[in-house]
Design a binder for this molecule. Structure first.
Ligand code: BEZ
Ligand code: FE2
Length: 415
C-alpha cells in the first residue's frame, strides 16, 4: 500500500499504446512519482491511487521510456557549415584547422540549445564525450541525466603524464557533480590517438572505480590501414604533426587491452566480423552513428551482423561536428533507410531498443524500460493516425515523429 505522501505526488499517464518488453500494448496506464510505481488498467490504478492526477490523454499516443543518446560531442555544437564532409582525413584536417574557433564560439547557450534539441526528440539521458570539460556546467543544468565521458587524447609518450593529470582533474570535477545528474565516466579517444600506457591506466581506473568506458574504434578505412599497415592517410598526418611513421598500437593490442572491462565502442564500421565477435564475447558493445559515418565517408556498419550475433548496439547522433541535427529520431530515420537488408518492422523494433533498453543495460541505468521501480523517464508522443497493427508502431514512430509531445525525467515534465 502506498504511503499518503506518495499518493499526493502520484501521477497517472494513460496512453493509447505503451512500449513494454519490446512490444506495444493497449489499455494499460502507468502510475508514477519519481519512479514507476504500478502498471495496470486506468481503472485499477485510479482505485489504487484515488488522489493521483491523471495526465492529458491523446488519441494514438505512445508512451516510451525516455530515449538514450549514448554518444555526442557538445563542444562542437557551433559547427554547421565549417567542417569538410565526404572523407575522413580531410574532415580531421578541417577539425584541427577550425577547432579553436569552433570551441571558443561554443558558449553555454549554444550547448544548451543542443541539449534542447535532444530533449525535443525524447532524449532523457545522453553520453557527452568531453575533451576539455567545457560542457560540464551545461550538463549539470540541463534536465537530462548525463554520462559524462572525460576523454583522454594524446599519442606521444612525452606528454602522456601531463595529459593524464589533466584528465584526472576533469574526472574529479565531474565526480563533484553527481547530485546534478552527472554520471562520471571515461573515454579513450581512439586506438591511434592515445598512448597505450595511458590507455592501460585509464582501463585500470575504469575497472577499479567501476566507471563506464567508451572509445572510438575503427571508424575509418584510414584508421584500419594505419593500425594494420602503418600506411594510408594517417601516415602523412602523423609525419606532419608528430614526425613519426609508427602507429602507437595495433587493432589486436588495443582489443586485448580492453579485456579487463566492458567498453562501449563507437563506430566499428571497419571492424571485421571476427573482430566484432571477439569483442562481443568479451562483453563489449557498439555505438552506431549512421549519419556521422555517412558524412565522413566511413562506410556502413553492418548492423545485420550485430543483430545475427546478438551483439548489443546503441544508435547515437555523434556531435554536430559530424551531423546536421542532434535529434535521435532523425538518427533512427537515417538508420532505417540505410540498412535495407533487415526487414523494416524488425529493424524499427531493434532501433527503438538501441535507444532504450540496450543502452540502459550497457550502462546499468535505472531507466530505458517501463517497469516498476525504474525512474519515471518517459518520451510521450502521438502518431498522426491509427497504426495498422501493434507491430508497426515502432516503424511509424520513427517515420512520423519530429518532436515528442512531452518528456518526463524522474516524474517531472521537462519539455
Ligand atoms: C594525438 O593527440 O596524438 C592525436 C590527436 C588526433 C589524432 C591523432 C593523434
Ligand atoms: Fe564521436
Amino acid at each position: 500500500m502506498a504511503s499518503a505522501n506518495e499518493n499526493k505526488t502520484m501521477k497517472i499517464i494513460n496512453p493509447t499504446y505503451i512500449y513494454l518488453d519490446n512490444t506495444f500494448q493497449e489499455n494499460l496506464a502507468v502510475a508514477f512519482n519519481a519512479e514507476i510505481q504500478a502498471i495496470d488498467t486506468l481503472e485499477n490504478l485510479q482505485t489504487q491511487y484515488p488522489e493521483a492526477s491523471v495526465e492529458d490523454q491523446a488519441e494514438n499516443s505512445v508512451l516510451y521510456p525516455g530515449f538514450i543518446n549514448t554518444h555526442v560531442h557538445l563542444e562542437f555544437s557551433k559547427n554547421r557549415t565549417t567542417l569538410e564532409y565526404g572523407s575522413f582525413m580531410p574532415w580531421l584536417d578541417s577539425v584541427i584547422k577550425n577547432r579553436e574557433d569552433l570551441v571558443s564560439e561554443c558558449d553555454n547557450e549554444v550547448m544548451m540549445e543542443a541539449c534542447k534539441q535532444m530533449l525535443n526528440s525524447g532524449v532523457t539521458t545522453f553520453g557527452a564525450i568531453s575533451s576539455f570539460g567545457t560542457e560540464l556546467e551545461v550538463c549539470t543544468k540541463t534536465p537530462q541525466k548525463v554520462l559524462f565521458f572525460n576523454e583522454l587524447i594524446g599519442s606521444q609518450a612525452a606528454t602522456a603524464d601531463m595529459l593524464y593529470g589533466d584528465f584526472l582533474e576533469r574526472l574529479n570535477e565531474s565526480k563533484n557533480c553527481v547530485d546534478d545528474g552527472i554520471i562520471p565516466a571515461i573515454a579513450i579517444h581512439s586506438p591511434y590517438s592515445v598512448h597505450p600506457i595511458v590507455t592501460q591506466r585509464a582501463i585500470a581506473l575504469a575497472k577499479q572505480e567501476e566507471l563506464p568506458l567508451s572509445a572510438h574504434f575503427l571508424e575509418s578505412q584510414a584508421e584500419r590501414e594505419w593500425l594494420t599497415k602503418e600506411t594510408g592517410g594517417f601516415l602523412n598526418f602523423f609525419q606532419n604533426f608528430f614526425s613519426t611513421s609508427k602507429a602507437v598500437t595495433t587493432v589486436e593490442e588495443f582489443m586485448h587491452s580492453l579485456n579487463q572491462v566492458p567498453a562501449h565502442l563507437t563506430h566499428a564500421v571497419q571492424a571485421t566480423t571476427e573482430e566484432l565477435n571477439f569483442l562481443n564475447e568479451k562483453g563489449h558493445s557498439i555505438a552506431h552513428c549512421p549519419r556521422s559515418n555517412r558524412l565522413l565517408g566511413c562506410g556502413r556498419l553492418a548492423i545485420e551482423t550485430l543483430i545475427e550475433n546478438n551483439m548489443p548496439f546503441t544508435t547515437a547522433t555523434d556531435g554536430l561536428s559530424s551531423n546536421n541535427t542532434l535529434s535521435i529520431l532523425d538518427e533512427l530515420r537515417a538508420a532505417l533507410m540505410l540498412h535495407h537488408s533487415v526487414p523494416i518492422e524488425e529493424l524499427a523494433s531493434v532501433l527503438i531498443k538501441s535507444i532504450t533498453s540496450t543502452p540502459a543495460e550497457i550502462f546499468s541505468l535505472n531507466s530505458g524500460i517501463i517497469e516498476i521501480g525504474k525512474d519515471a523517464d518517459f518520451a510521450f508522443l502521438t502518431l498522426p493516425d491509427k497504426p495498422s497493427s501493434l507491430e508497426s508502431i515502432a516503424l511509424h514512430t520513427i517515420l512520423h515523429t519530429n518532436k515528442v509531445d512531452k518528456v518526463y525525467i524522474s516524474g517531472n515534465i521537462v519539455s
